[in-house]
Write a protein that binds this ligand. Structure first.
Ligand code: ADP
Ligand code: MG
Length: 238
């Protein structure tokens, strides 16, 4: 069985069917991108994995376990958002330690883990800063560190770079790739930016209107798009 497996998942909000019979498999250590236009269901699919949405049909497996009934906090899934979502009244150190606080670890161990996480994103010197004293790119790196400190089974990233300007964005793309290779962590990265998906991904899942139109490597998608939609979406660099 694959590390992550979704079988025949369907989810509706009222009459609006947002995910339609989605099936996918992801291997441990893969970096997968969900690519598709706004409203196609990318965030909803991530939220299903995080345990933040209930759905009507299907099964979701993580590391061999069916997790539909497992509470979000017990899934060991990390999530990073576009908006960073750091606590403004806590220092960088406290923000990262917060992720560990439910685990009831000794202080010394917390400190080691937080400093290791800060080192991963090269911001050891910012432990005592508050979020608003940092740039957007630095805040997003802290938010990555906060998600990684709990050593999640999978890291879900929902358009994490969309709020950043082009130069910082390129830098963070490289940081994320480096972290992923270094830690071997499984990542699912949501974007509506084709170029970003092409650069980052082992495989890209192209979504449209609640279905996955194609699951393929960047090269395969480019050379053998399965549909007109995929061809135009992939070809459309802007
Ligand atoms: P994406 O992330 O690809 O932009 P979303 O997963 O956020 O798309 O949304 C998919 C569809 O589900 C959209 O039509 C959106 O309006 C709808 N939707 C998302 N969340 C909710 C919700 N909590 N209640 C009702 N409709 C929702
Ligand atoms: Mg979204």
């Amino acid at each position: 069985m694959s590390y992550i497996e979704i079988d025949n998942l369907s989810l509706s909000f009222g009459q609006n069917k947002v995910l339609k019979d989605i099936s996918l498999t992801i291997e441990k250590g893969e970096l997968i991108t969900l690519l598709g236009p706004s409203g196609c269901g990318k965030s909803t699919l991530l939220r299903v994995l995080a345990g933040l949405e209930t759905f009507q049909e299907g099964e979701v497996y993580l590391d061999g376990e069916e997790i539909s009934e497992v509470a979000p906090k017990d899934r060991n899934v990390g999530m990073v958002f576009q908006s960073y979502a750091l606590f403004p009244n806590m220092t960088v150190y406290e923000n990262i330690a917060f992720g560990l606080s439910i685990k009831k670890l000794p202080k010394k161990e917390i400190k080691e883990k937080v400093m290791d996480a800060l080192a991963l994103v090269n911001l050891e010197d910012k432990a005592d800063y508050y979020p608003d004293q940092l740039s957007g790119g630095q805040q997003q790196r802290i938010s990555l560190a906060r998600s990684l400190v709990t050593e999640p089974k999978v890291l879900l990233l929902d358009e994490p770079l969309s709020a950043l300007d082009a130069k910082i964005r390129k830098q963070l793309q490289m940081d994320i790739l480096m972290l992923q290779k270094k830690l071997g962590i499984t990542m699912i990265f949501v974007t509506h930016d084709q170029e970003e998906a092409m650069i980052l991904s082992d495989r890209i899942f192209v979504m449209n209107g609640g279905v996955i139109e194609q699951q393929a490597t960047p090269a395969e998608l480019y050379s053998q798009p399965k549909s007109q939609f995929v061809a135009s979406f992939i070809g459309n660099y802007n």
